[in-house]
Design a protein around this ligand. Sequence first.
Ligand SMILES: *Cc1c(COP(=O)(O)O)cnc(C)c1O
Length: 405
Amino acid sequence: MKEHLICFEPRGGVYEVGGRPLQELADELGATPFFAYDRVLLDRRIGELRACLPEELELSYAVKANPMPELLAHLQGALDGFDVASGGELAAALEAGADPERIGFAGPGKTDEELRDAVRAGVAIELESPTEAARVTRIGEQLGVRPRVAVRVNPDFMVRGSGMRMGGGPQQFGVDAELVPELVSELATRDLEFLGFHVFSGSQNLSAEILCEAQRRTVDLALELAEAAPGPVAYLNLGGGFGIPYFPGDQRLDLAAVGANLDQLLSERVRPALPEARVVLELGRYVVGECGVYATRIIDRKRSRGTTFLVVDGGLHHQLAASGNFGQVIRRNYPVALAGRTGGETETVTVVGCLCTPLDLLAEQVELPRPEVGELVLVFQAGAYGLTASPTAFLSHPQPREVFT
Ligand SMILES: *Cc1c(COP(=O)(O)O)cnc(C)c1O
């Protein structure tokens, strides 16, 4: 295992979360598997973001990365807002105490009920299509509330190197850039508060160079669209897409380079044109991804025709991404370790989950220090797109617990 890949460092060979050995947490919970999120690592990450990015830039948390209530309550105090993409996430953000004015609601296929809740709450609705704009207008009239809206733009460029591309070309996300001027002039005739623009072009990018280029192009596009806006642009969401390392050979994102680029873009381009706008970045995995581990217990150890299998009590039903079935093109191992021992003589093992499918593979042919039945295996980089991005009902096992400590 490449130690530099992960933020957790063992103490005396023992991995801890929140200063507590994982085995101790397991004993206290009385059950495995579980997810554990580390408050100190989370705060450290937020501190790095604040230190590297321009002070005036607002940081919004994309709730879909990890909606655990205690985590949201903590992030509510530490970041500037939330991005939500469903009625459930909206409710979770409000429950965490978020100021509705600092919540953005993006995402395709918002139902009338979700839109009603969003209009009533006064959050910024990021319009994904002209028909959605029409529904929001009608709902505002029915409720007697003036909806606050921004337009989510599908940019006219693509960002290379993203793990998941969500902008450029035909998309279910946002309004094609070339159609935005017509839509915003139409919005100006309606009883809506027009806030500005949201451009999100992709996710999981590790290259500062590519992210900087995407940010430059996003600013160019936003400033061009701002000229068509009915009034001063109050809100400009530049997206995010900051990636984290998952695999050996992944280079950490050069956050300082991204920050310097944003600083320059803000002072030279955005501020002269849009002096009043709140400028926002929305980040999910970069905030929480590396502060979490998934801990699962070895139930069985078996040899089959030359391969040693460790069968654990968890699996892809909790941590789908680690199995390689969450959008990955090629399956590679997430970093794994034993919770209670490092070093010593190692052996090559394959860690599989308890589901009756060959897809349930957590780590293939990895070196671990002679793991025994009963020990805890940790899968790192489990803070984002873990539990709620996994098919927990598959095979009818109990829900795993989550701790934030
Ligand atoms: C998923 C999503 C994000 C968060 O992406 P990360 O890779 O977790 O940072 C941000 N914005 C939008 C619109 C999203 O759909």
